[in-house]
Design a protein around this ligand. Structure first.
Ligand code: CO
Length: 168
């Protein structure tokens, strides 16, 4: 499986942003949180290999990246769709957040993730705005990105992840 060189992710994001009409770009970046892109849509799965095979046979796509993220208790695969990704998540054990999600709700949509320019600025704005944060401080997620989660009870029942993709 091809691996991304460090630095590839921000370049991809920059290409996507350049391709956007300027009004859309401004609408997405003018606020204090600066949402740059829908980085990924995450789907909880029981069996990562089976899920990858399903996407491969149905949509003829391959994951660009796959890794175990111990801190999140998952193995994840990233499938590129335009400038965004489908993130397939298999829990490392039933006693992880995604494991508990699966036993409660079964396979399906788990969270959506927005790319932000600065995770500190985003968290500062959200905290000041009274958002129900899961992470008050950023932590490290897949791809070495700095991430933070916002509670699904905060807005429309959706678990939201903020992702700041670094230069390396
Ligand atoms: Co995610």
């Amino acid at each position: 499986m091809p691996k991304f060189a460090h630095g590839e992710w921000p370049r991809r994001a920059a290409r996507v942003l350049r391709a956007w009409p300027s009004r859309l770009r401004e609408a997405g970046t003018l606020g204090p949180v600066k949402l740059l892109n829908l980085d990924h849509v995450a789907i909880a799965v029981e069996d990562l290999d089976a899920a990858i095979d399903g996407y491969r046979s149905r949509y003829r796509v391959e994951p660009l990246h796959r890794e175990v993220v111990e801190e999140q208790g998952v193995e994840e695969a990233m499938i590129a769709v335009g400038g965004s990704f489908v993130q397939l998540l298999q829990p490392l054990s039933p006693e992880t957040p995604v494991g508990r999600f699966l036993s409660k709700s079964g396979e399906g949509l788990h969270h959506i993730a927005f790319a932000v320019a600065s995770i500190e600025a985003a968290l500062e704005h959200l905290a000041a705005d009274g958002a129900r944060l899961i992470d008050a401080e950023p932590r490290v997620g897949g791809r070495g990105a700095r991430i933070a989660f916002v509670h699904p009870g905060d807005l429309s029942g959706t678990l939201i992840e903020l992702v700041e993709l670094g230069d390396e």
